[in-house]
Design a protein around this ligand. Structure first.
Ligand code: HEM
Length: 195
């Protein structure tokens, strides 16, 4: 049961990840700075969204991170029983999960507390101008994209949505496409901030 909740909490985080991509991609539209600032002002501006975030983002995040780390530290992994390609993805899932966790903590700390809820395009530009921060964002964004794309593939199996080998192959193509697409969108966003 705890494992299933882990999978479900990951799905909620994935939904947020998708929505967050959309929020950030607004910077790429015409008059992007205005749209970007507006979306965050709206997202931070109501009690309803705070309540919504606690239920569907913060609680799933802490549960997912806590249970994930616990499993990582207590489970002995037998990699020999799976085919090579699945093994690599399995190991990458653990690695990118840990890096994403560190990145997300850092990211929330900087965007929320250092900017005191007053996030806007200029504040992010000032942050991303530092090469080390910029590279860390690139690494965090690659890891988070992999983690959520590969996690979606596992989620569909865990919940019995892709049962046959064929459906798992099709979902692998879909999840890989999502991975590439999210990398492209976020790279464009980061480049735009750094120009
Ligand atoms: C292109 C790179 C990114 C940019 C420009 C960006 C921008 C932002 C901004 C401006 C906020 C502040 C929101 C607020 O104070 O309400 C935020 C929050 C957040 N970001 Fe990102 N982000 C990026 C990548 C990511 C990635 C890869 C993740 C991984 C899942 C992520 C997860 C989060 C989370 C969990 C929050 C807290 C949300 C909230 O409390 O409202 N971000 N991001």
């Amino acid at each position: 049961m705890a494992k299933r909740f882990h999978s479900l909490s990951g799905f909620f985080l994935g939904l947020f990840f998708f929505f967050h991509l959309y929020q950030n991609a607004l910077i790429l539209t015409e008059d992007g700075s205005t749209h970007f600032n507006e979306t965050y002002q709206f997202w931070n501006g109501s009690f309803f969204f705070l309540f919504f975030k606690i239920i569907f983002l913060y609680i799933p995040f802490f549960y997912h991170a806590g249970f994930g780390l616990y499993s990582l530290l207590t489970t002995r992994i037998n990699l020999t029983q799976y085919p090579a390609q699945a093994n690599i993805r399995f190991s990458l899932q653990k690695l990118t999960g840990v890096v994403s966790l560190v990145f997300i903590f850092y990211h929330i700390l900087t965007t929320k507390w250092i900017f005191a809820g007053d996030v806007d395009v200029q504040a992010l530009e000032q942050l991303l101008v530092h090469p080390v921060v910029f590279v860390f964002y690139i690494v965090g964004m690659i890891c988070a994209s992999f983690y959520f794309s590969n996690g979606l593939w596992s989620f569909l199996i865990t919940w019995g949505i892709t049962v046959s080998k064929k459906s798992q192959k099709i979902s692998l193509i879909f999840c890989s496409a999502f991975f590439v697409w999210s990398l492209i969108v976020q790279s464009l966003v980061l480049i735009k901030f750094n120009l």
